[in-house]
Design a protein around this ligand. Structure first.
Ligand SMILES: [Zn+2]
Length: 384
């Protein structure tokens, strides 16, 4: 299953209708949740899916969309019930405000919606859609989504045919993802964050600072809020585009890619004091993983412990290495190389099993590492 997301352009009338449906969907969600809570309070059990489905009759939404909400409320409630039964403390599903109800679901193609040149959706009619790429596979479901910027999108889940893996004769590579340089490869190649993305991000930070100084509830504040939402969307789109292009190229160029197993959000915050990049890294790792198969590439995740502190030549661990040391100097063997490159080589070594026992494999790694170090030195010379 894959998701395809396209911008749609509803007419003024359609948009009004769609927003009204979001409103109804929100009310329906809240009513069913309230009913479930009350039933539990009064009788000690949750209403069945059937009961909920009877509640949605004639609510004014498209029938399958209503059923789907009943389905989701039931699932959410049951999840809580099961967790609590196991003794796990967890909060009840939340009531939704109109800001939190952003999407309408259509679970079945060719009944509730139809995609052709335009998108036909019951009961809104034909909506203009910008199909910027071809859909490869069988369309299953549709989600109409309203973003905070006010733009609407159609997201299709599509059953994609299984790809026949291509033959890939590329080399093996370790990749270190970083804050300064987006990715450093164990062969010395560096992938920088695109300049325009950084420009957008700087601008976003600037507007956000200005926004925090605006008076509460002023019309200027409202305007600024919309501006921020639009810029956020732009930053997210630009980043996603960059991640797509980069991941596609990597799985085509290499037959084996090793990455660090990514830390949880919490860990990332502890380690770097900021987590914005973490979301990007996770997305990137996912993209590599799902694109790899079709490209005949294997993606492996390794334990991230000490990948930057360990010397990639002799294995010595430098506990005194700080985040600000950009060059790895090894007092044991004299290796002096770029910090991220050292990590990338360690990641590759870690992902290659049996390298301790097999000489063939070991010497290959040594060769690769030496080539990588030579490449990095060349690059440094070039920069100088
Ligand atoms: Zn060393």
């Amino acid at each position: 299953m894959r998701a395809y997301r396209f911008r749609i352009y509803p007419s003024e009338k359609q948009e009004e209708q769609m927003r009204q449906h979001l409103w109804l969907a929100k009310n329906l969600w809240n009513e069913m949740l309230e009913h479930s809570k009350q039933t539990y309070k009064d009788f000690g059990y949750f209403p069945t899916k059937n009961t909920l489905q009877l509640m949605v009759k004639g609510y004014g939404l498209y029938s399958q969309t209503q059923q789907e909400i009943a389905h989701r409320v039931h699932n959410a409630v049951m999840r809580v019930f099961k967790l609590r039964k196991k003794g796990v403390e967890c909060g009840f599903p939340r009531f939704k405000s109109i800001e939190r109800m952003k999407s309408l679901h259509y679970p079945q193609h060719e009944t509730g919606f139809w995609l052709d040149k335009k998108l036909k959706v019951t009961p809104f009619g034909e909506i203009a859609i910008k199909k910027h790429r071809e859909i490869n596979g069988k369309i299953k479901t549709l989600t109409l989504k309203r973003e905070a910027s006010g733009k609407w999108f159609a997201v299709f889940s599509v059953d994609t045919p299984k790809e026949i893996p291509k033959e890939n004769r590329g080399a093996a590579v370790g990749i270190d993802l970083g804050l300064m340089t987006f990715a450093t490869l164990s062969n010395g190649e560096m992938i920088k964050n695109p300049r325009h993305l950084m420009k957008h991000e700087d601008r976003l930070a600037f507007i956000q600072r200005k926004f925090s100084k605006k008076k509460r509830r002023s019309s200027n504040r409202k305007k600024a809020k919309l501006k921020i939402a639009r810029l956020h969307e732009k930053v997210a789109d630009t980043r996603k585009d960059f991640l797509h292009k980069t991941s596609t190229q990597l799985v085509n160029d290499y037959s084996f890619i090793a990455l660090e197993k990514l830390a949880s959000q919490e860990m990332a915050e502890q380690n770097y004091g900021k987590s914005i990049n973490d979301a990007g890294w996770n997305m990137f790792a996912n993209m590599l993983a799902y694109k790899a198969e079709g490209a005949g590439c294997r993606v492996v995740f390794v334990d991230p412990k000490n990948t930057s502190k360990t010397c990639s030549r002799c294995g010595n661990i430098r506990d005194d290495l700080t985040l600000w040391d950009r060059v790895y100097n090894c007092p044991e063997c004299g290796l002096s190389t770029d910090r991220d490159l050292n990590s990338a080589v360690n990641i590759l070594i870690r992902a290659t099993p049996g390298q301790g026992g097999s000489n063939a494999c070991n010497s290959l790694l040594h060769e690769e590492r030496d080539a990588a170090i030579a490449a990095s030195m060349k690059q440094e010379a070039h920069i100088l």
